[in-house]
Design a protein around this ligand. Structure first.
Ligand code: F6P
Length: 532
């Protein structure tokens, strides 16, 4: 069981409150009188550099935050997660997405069994299948090569693969195109299917539960579209595969269970990218590169598990973020990849973070009286500069920002990358320093920038599958650390279940064209408007 420490009742929290009184009035630019600050507050791990010097922190802040992590039994909780304890207590499950990318340890035990053999089996199956499709050995029912992959899934069964296939487009196959259908709105499915030759298309039905309404509705409609053309149930075998934990439902759908890529309850939906859910990625970039991504994530897992908190990147990212959320009152965090390939990374982190830590009941079952997950948002940095950065620079809110960029570009054109890097650095410097009325010179108050806006700079050498795996794992562990300190359960998502139940009930009203009386007057009014 995880400890149930209310963070606000710890000694370090009280000390942090006192410390905040001093820090609330300092300006970060004064810290930079110390020329050693960058050296002191940056960490290099393999091909990744984290600079966290542009934060409103001192040695004392860092020390108190680490004390907080210790008082909240963080180390013990990390060990419990990696060793397969059922730390997802509200669902009575272990949390072992880290085992999916483990190549170091022969045995990882869940419920008394070593799970590595079955993980290795699925890896092998994914490798064989993706090799067969990519080489043309696996063909459609008319003998044509597969040229289109369509992933049908939502949430964790969509955002990870969608983000990664965009992020690693540089390494993607020229012969295979990847599409994603997630929205149950008929538009996505219509627009995607209209250009596809069904004989050259492979559909991946990605659903942990295989009961998610949107995914199953889309999957059945696609199957219908496919069968309208082939008029033969047997052809489904060559064009539909499933990634799921639910064999029975996969079978019921008519997918040969031989073509089912299994995963397990110890892998949460939003943490399932490295499970069979990553099949679209393996098909697109090749299994070897998919494994390189796993190795990147795995090296961060080892770093997270084995590095003292002073130099532990996910731990520091989490603690600094807690400092702003719980003491400065920050309500959102912005993710600013300057690499266009990472344009879906903020959306991916939105689910990872907000579905994990958007909780208000603690591990004792009591309502918390402190903030938990921030609102996560973001866009590629240069585009954001011409849109919402104004508010970060001169608005009234504190918005901690993560700036992310590659040292080397994947696509080198003229001076593009130098311009990109200059903007990256220029913005973080401006956010830190600000500009005083004296510096503005003409006493024009509208040109004053308050500065003191916190940023982390994350720079990787070059965007490779391995680097992407590292970035993903860094944020996953940051989220884990925060959940532990906030004393909440990060691996369930009860909040999304209620809306789903109501939707099913309303669906039958719509079908029958009636307005049942057990709704509120707004819902009844809207329903009446929609069905009349
Ligand atoms: O929205 C809730 C949720 O359960 C997510 O956590 C999950 O990633 C998504 O739905 C999809 O679930 P499934 O993979 O079971 O279709």
């Amino acid at each position: 069981m995880l400890h149930k420490t209310n963070p606000t009742k710890t000694k370090s929290w009280q000390k942090l409150l006192d410390h905040f009184k001093d820090m609330n009035s300092v300006h970060m630019r004064d810290f930079f009188a110390d020329e050693q600050r960058f050296k002191k507050y940056s960490i290099r791990f393999e091909d990744i550099l984290l600079d966290y010097s542009k934060n409103i922190i001192t040695d004392k802040t860092k020390q108190l935050l680490i004390e907080l992590a210790n008082e909240c039994n963080l180390k013990d909780s990390i060990d419990k997660m990696f060793s397969g304890e059922k730390i997802n207590e509200t669902e009575n499950r272990a949390v072992l997405h880290t085992a999916l990318r483990n190549f170091k340890h022969d045995s990882i035990i869940e419920d008394g069994n070593n799970i590595m053999p079955k993980i290795k089996d699925i890896r092998k199956k994914m490798r064989m299948f993706s090799d067969a499709v990519r080489s043309g050995e696996w063909r459609g029912y008319t003998g044509k090569k597969i040229k289109n992959i369509v992933n049908i899934g939502i949430g964790g069964s969509h955002l990870g693969p969608a983000m990664v296939t965009e992020a690693l487009k540089f390494y993607g196959s020229n012969d295979i195109r990847v599409f994603f259908i997630s929205n149950v709105d008929g538009t996505e499915i219509t627009e995607i299917l209209k250009d596809l030759d069904h004989e050259e298309t492979l559909f991946l039905i990605a659903s942990k539960t295989f009961t998610t309404q949107e995914t199953m509705t889309n999957a059945y409609s696609v199957r219908e579209w496919f069968l309208r053309q082939t008029r033969d149930e047997e052809t489904v075998k060559k064009h539909f595969v499933a990634m799921s934990t639910n064999k029975e439902k996969v079978d019921e759908f008519g997918i040969d269970t031989e073509n089912m890529f299994e995963f397990w309850d110890f892998v949460g939906g939003r943490y399932s990218l490295f499970s069979a859910i990553g099949l679209s990625v393996a098909l697109y970039i090749g299994y070897d590169r998919f494994e390189e991504m796993m190795l990147g994530a795995s090296s961060i897992d080892e770093h997270f598990k084995n590095t003292n908190f002073e130099n532990n990147i996910p731990v520091l990212l989490a603690l600094i973020s807690i400092w702003y959320i719980n003491f400065f009152g920050a309500e959102s965090e912005v993710i600013l990849p300057y690499d266009q390939y990472l344009h879906r990374f903020p959306a991916y982190l939105q689910q990872a973070n907000m579905e994990s830590n958007g909780k208000s009941v603690d591990r004792d079952g009591k309502l918390v009286d402190y903030s938990t997950a921030p609102i996560i948002w973001g866009e590629p940095g240069t585009n954001g500069q011409h849109s919402f950065y104004q508010l970060i620079h001169q608005g009234t809110k504190i918005i901690p920002a993560d700036f992310i960029v590659g040292k080397e570009p994947l696509n080198k054109i003229n001076e593009h990358h130098d311009i990109l890097l200059s903007n990256f650095l220029g913005q973080t410097e401006a956010l830190m320093k600000g500009r005083t009325i004296e510096e503005v010179k003409d006493s024009y108050p509208y040109k004053v920038f308050k500065g003191n806006q916190p940023t982390n700079s994350i720079i990787y050498d070059k965007l490779t599958p391995n680097v992407l795996g590292k970035l993903i794992a860094l944020y996953e562990h940051k989220i884990f650390v925060q959940g532990i300190i906030w004393n909440i359960y990060s691996f369930d998502q009860w909040g999304v279940e209620y809306g789903k139940q109501l939707a099913i009930k309303i669906q039958s009203d719509i079908k029958e064209g009636k307005v049942s009386q057990d709704h509120d007057c707004s819902t009844k009014g809207l329903l009446k408007y929609l069905i009349d």
